[in-house]
Design a protein around this ligand. Sequence first.
Ligand SMILES: Cc1ncc(COP(=O)(O)O)c(C=O)c1O
Length: 392
Amino acid sequence: MLNGPIYFDYNATSPIHPELQEKIVEWLPFWGNPSSVHAHGRQAKKLVREARQSIADALGVSPLELIFTSGGSEGNNTVICGLLFSAQAEERKELITTTIEHPSVTRAMDFAETQGFKVHRIEVNRQGELDFFHFERVLSEKTLLVSMMLANNETGILLPIKKIATLAKARGALMHTDAVQAIGKININLGDLGVDYATFSGHKFYALKGTGAIYARRGQEFFNYIHGGGQERGRRAGTENVLAIASMGYMAHKLQKMPEHYEHMLELRDFFEAQILQKIPDAEITSQKAKRVPNTSSVILPGVHGESLLMSLDIKGFSVSTGSACSSGSSEPSVVLRNMGLTRDEAQSSLRVSMGWMTTREEVESFIEALVSIVDHLRNIKNRGDSRANPS
Ligand SMILES: Cc1ncc(COP(=O)(O)O)c(C=O)c1O
């Protein structure tokens, strides 16, 4: 029997890597302010500098092209909202995004609309294919920015960012990608991807929460969002979150050894999906045939309410998530899944299972067993309720 709750929600956040936990204790004495010129400040500055170099090496960019932030939400808002005030924005008044972005992009786009910009939202179908016809139709010399995610947080689908970036650049538009859900799951070379801006977040790849970074290609305009001190070469004010930045640098270094982790996650995910489809024949994996990150499965379990499933799994010791977000106490089906063409019922009976480097086959096996028996149980309860409501 496995001890303690078992975690299948790595897309929400990841545990702090065990080796990193020891490093953090080593770094605790370096509490100085990196902007201070004295020894205490210099020690902290060294940690930040080394982390910046390690992240730059792992992602194929220059350290000067990285700006530390508090995480993915700040990064996305900074890039999108900042560009609304750029020189190009005088001429170019349109933005392009997708209907499956994280709220930190969606809401920033809504804000752009309040500032007089036109936003085009391109759909992705349930197979994970972007509507390129729509994209190419709206892409023009009026486009200021194209912002599309590299990997989706709910289904794991990967968007063809390199191709999108090439098309965007040919029209003189800037290209941003939210890479939050891709780092730690696939090999990424931001330099090769052809984007002007990318954002990511440490807590999605086993580092501490409260830190992330923006990649801004050298020579591109950058508008800082947080004004104040001269940190990050004047591009993002505020005393650096030294330990969290160092933790992200440490994990970035580990990304070099990633392929074995990808294969491990892929093997477990494929095993999980095959078993579920065999044991629950009417189950469906959303975008199963699409290019996806290797750790994520979004499963539709017809006739079962995702929230009830989540609670029953929690009681049995498994932490997962539904595809749905709770807003003001009411549980609405996931906007992303609905926008991909799933019906309300399908979206409401979806479960997101996301695995990590540390997930074991034993954990997956015990999860499958629990999931199958809970689905069976919940369906029996529902059938009894239905036959009481409609006696024949
Ligand atoms: C795709 C995506 N973008 C952005 C974010 C926001 O990142 P953070 O939690 O670091 O603000 C998340 C977090 O779930 C995400 O999944």
